[in-house]
Design a protein around this ligand. Structure first.
Ligand code: NAX
Ligand code: K
Length: 504
C-alpha cells in the first residue's frame, strides 16, 4: 500500500535515479492498453476520456498501443492548456500519428458515441475538490455508458454497458480514502476496473471495482533510499508567520561548547524560526559568542544536573522540538537530569550523544527521535551488521522495541519509524564527514524539520523529518567536500543546508 504523498516522493526519487516520469508514463500507458485489450476485441470502439494532467497523458500513450482497436481520444480542454510537458509531448505524438482526437471545451460538445470500452483518464492523484465542468458531465456520461454497474456485470462478457477502465484512480475519487473528492454524494466515475501504478492505494480497496496494480518500472531503490522526493513535505509555506516554521530548544553544553552551538545553528539554517539554547551558565557567553542569532539561557553551574529540571521543563513547554544531548558529557548528575526530563516530557524531542544511553531505561510519553552512531546504538542495547539490508532490519526491529524513531548514522544511514513499519536508508555523505561536529549538525537539522508546522503543510512526521535530515545533511557534506575535500569542517555543512534543503 502506498499513499499519494509517498507515491509523489517515490516518483521524484525515481527521476533522480535516472528514470524520468516520461518513461514511467510510457509504462503506465502500456499497462492501461493491456487491460483495454483484455476487455475488448479487435475493431471494438474504445473512447479515451482525458484530462490535461499526467493522468490524461497516460491515456495518450495507451492510445498508441491500441492500433487494432477503433480508438478516439477525447481531450477535456484546449490542447494548448495541457498542463505538463510530458503529457503535451504525448498529445503531439498522437496528432502526428493521426490517431483520432476530439477536443471538448464545453460539456455540450461531449459525444462519446457507444463505445465498448471507456477509459477514464480525466483525473488521477492531481484532483482537488468537486469535479468541475466538463469533467463532471463527462463522469455522468461515463457512468451512464457503463450503467454504473460496478465490477459485477463487466467481467469478460461486457453485457450491455461499456466496460469502464479507470487510469490510476477513478476520476473524482480520493486514492487515499476511496471517498469522492467533492464530499459525500459528489459525482465521481464508477469504474469496473482500475489500473493503478506501482503499488496498491488504500482508497481503491474500498471501491466496487477490480484493481490491477501495474509495475511501471520504478526501481526499488526509489523507495529504499532517501532522495529529493523525501524533501517534498518540507517546502516553506510562503504565507507562514514567525514561529510557524518551528521553535527549537537545544539542551546541552557543559564540558563542550561547540556541540550545542552547532546543533542550534544548524536548526536555524534548516529553517526553524526561533532557536533557544539551555546550557550551564559557565559556557553561556561562549555559546552566545558563536552566534548572535541564538537565544541563550544560562543555568547555574558548570554542568547540567537535576537542579535544572524545573527551568528546563519550563523552557521546553512552549517548544515544538527539544534537542537534548549535544555536548552535555556523561556525568552521572547530567544523565540523571536527562532521565527525569524525558520521564516527565510528553512533547517531541531529538536525543543525541551521551543522552542516548538513558533512552532504553526511560518510560516516557514523549515522541523521541534518537540519532546514534553505531557505537552509541550498541550502548543503547541495539545491534548492527555490516550488510546494509541486515542492518536495516536490525534497526527497524530495535526502533519497534524501544518505540521511538531511530536514525542510525553510518556510511549508509538507516532511519526507522517508531513502530518499525517503515525503514529507509540514506546514501548521501562522504568520508570527510567523520570530522567532529557533523552529528551535532544532523541533530539540529532533525530538530528543525520535526518542528515544522506551517498551516498548509501541517505537522511533519518524525520519521520523515529524520529521513529528510539525513539526506540534506549528507548533501550539505557533499557540497562542503567539493569545496574543501577531506578538510571539511562541521560549520561548512551548516552554511550549505539551505541550498541542500530548498534549492534542489
Ligand atoms: N509516479 C507517479 O506519480 C506517476 C503518475 N502518473 C500519472 O499521473 C497522474 C497524476 O498527474 P497530475 O499530477 O498531472 O494530476 P492529474 O492528471 O490527476 O490532474 C491534474 C489536472 O486536473 C485538474 N483538476 C484538478 N482538480 C480538478 C477538479 N476537481 N475538476 C476538474 N479538473 C481538476 C488540474 O487543473 C490539472 O489540469 C497519476 O494519477 C497517474 O495517472 C503516471 O504517468 C506515471 C507515474
Ligand atoms: K482517472
Amino acid at each position: 500500500m502506498i499513499s499519494s504523498e509517498r507515491m509523489a516522493a517515490v516518483d521524484a526519487n525515481a527521476a533522480a535515479l535516472g528514470v524520468p516520469r516520461k518513461q514511467l508514463m510510457e509504462s503506465s500507458g502500456n499497462a492501461v492498453a493491456r487491460e483495454v485489450r483484455a476487455a475488448s476485441a479487435p475493431g471494438d470502439a474504445v473512447a479515451l476520456v482525458c484530462g490535461r494532467g499526467n493522468n490524461g497523458g497516460d491515456a495518450f500513450v495507451a492510445a498508441r498501443f491500441l492500433a487494432d482497436r477503433d480508438v478516439t481520444v477525447h481531450l477535456l480542454g484546449r490542447p494548448e492548456s495541457i498542463g505538463t510537458a510530458i503529457a503535451r509531448e504525448n498529445w503531439e505524438a498522437l496528432r502526428a500519428a493521426e490517431i483520432p482526437t476530439e477536443t471538448v471545451v464545453d460539456s455540450a460538445d461531449l459525444d462519446l458515441g457507444s463505445p465498448d470500452v471507456v477509459v477514464d483518464a480525466m483525473l488521477g492523484t492531481g484532483v482537488s475538490g468537486t469535479l468541475r465542468e466538463p469533467a463532471r458531465t463527462a463522469a455522468e456520461t461515463i457512468n451512464a455508458l457503463g450503467d454504473g454497474n460496478g465490477s459485477d456485470e463487466s467481467d469478460g462478457d461486457r453485457g450491455d454497458g461499456a466496460t469502464v477502465i479507470a487510469v490510476d484512480v477513478p476520476s473524482g475519487v480520493d486514492a487515499d480514502t476511496g471517498d469522492p473528492t467533492g464530499g459525500d454524494g459528489a459525482v465521481a466515475v464508477e469504474a469496473d476496473r482500475v489500473v493503478t501504478f506501482h503499488d496498491a492505494k488504500p482508497g481503491l480497496d474500498r471501491l466496487d471495482a477490480g484493481v490491477i496494480v501495474a509495475d511501471i518500472g520504478i526501481p526499488a531503490a526509489a523507495e529504499r533510499y532517501t532522495g529529493p522526493g523525501d524533501l517534498l513535505a518540507f517546502g516553506r509555506d510562503p504565507d507562514s508567520h514567525k514561529g510557524e516554521n518551528g521553535e527549537v530548544l537545544v539542551v546541552g553544553g557543559g564540558p563542550y561548547t561547540g556541540a550545542p552551538a552547532l546543533s542550534a545553528r544548524a536548526a536555524l539554517r534548516a529553517g526553524a524560526d526561533l532557536v533557544r539554547v539551555a546550557c550551564p551558565a559557565s559556557v553561556a557567553d561562549e555559546i552566545q559568542g558563536y552566534s548572535a542569532d541564538l537565544i541563550v539561557r544560562g543555568l547555574p553551574g558548570d554542568a547540567l544536573s537535576p537542579d535544572h529540571l524545573p527551568r528546563i521543563a519550563d523552557l521546553a513547554a512552549g517548544q515544538d522540538v527539544v534537542v537534548i544531548g549535544p555536548g552535555t558529557g556523561d556525568d552521572a548528575q547530567t544523565l540523571e537530569l536527562v532521565r527525569r526530563f524525558l520521564a516527565d516530557f510528553s512533547g517531541r524531542a531529538v536525543v543525541d550523544a551521551d543522552a542516548l544511553q538513558v533512552v532504553p531505561e526511560v518510560d516516557t510519553d514523549a515522541e523521541l527521535t534518537c540519532t546514534p552512531h553505531q557505537g552509541e546504538l550498541r550502548g543503547m542495547g541495539g545491534e548492527t551488521a555490516a550488510d546494509p539490508t541486515e542492518r536495516a532490519d536490525l534497526v527497524r526491529a530495535f526502533a519497534a522495541e524501544i518505540g521511538h524513531t531511530l536514525l542510525v548514522k553510518g556510511r549508509y544511514d538507516v532511519i526507522a519509524s517508531d513502530d518499525g513499519e517503515r525503514v529507509r536508508q540514506n546514501r548521501t555523505g562522504n568520508p570527510g564527514m567523520t570530522v567532529g561536529g557533523t552529528g551535532d549538525v544532523l541533530a539540529g537539522t532533525v530538530g528543525a524539520l520535526a518542528a515544522q508546522k506551517a498551516p498548509t503543510m501541517g505537522r511533519t512526521d518524525p520519521f520523515q523529518a529524520a529521513a529528510a535530515a539525513a539526506y540534506v545533511n549528507g548533501l550539505a557534506g557533499d557540497a562542503a567536500a567539493e569545496a574543501n575535500g577531506h578538510g571539511l569542517v562541521a560549520t561548512d555543512l551548516i552554511d550549505r543546508l539551505p541550498d541542500a534543503l530548498y534549492d534542489e
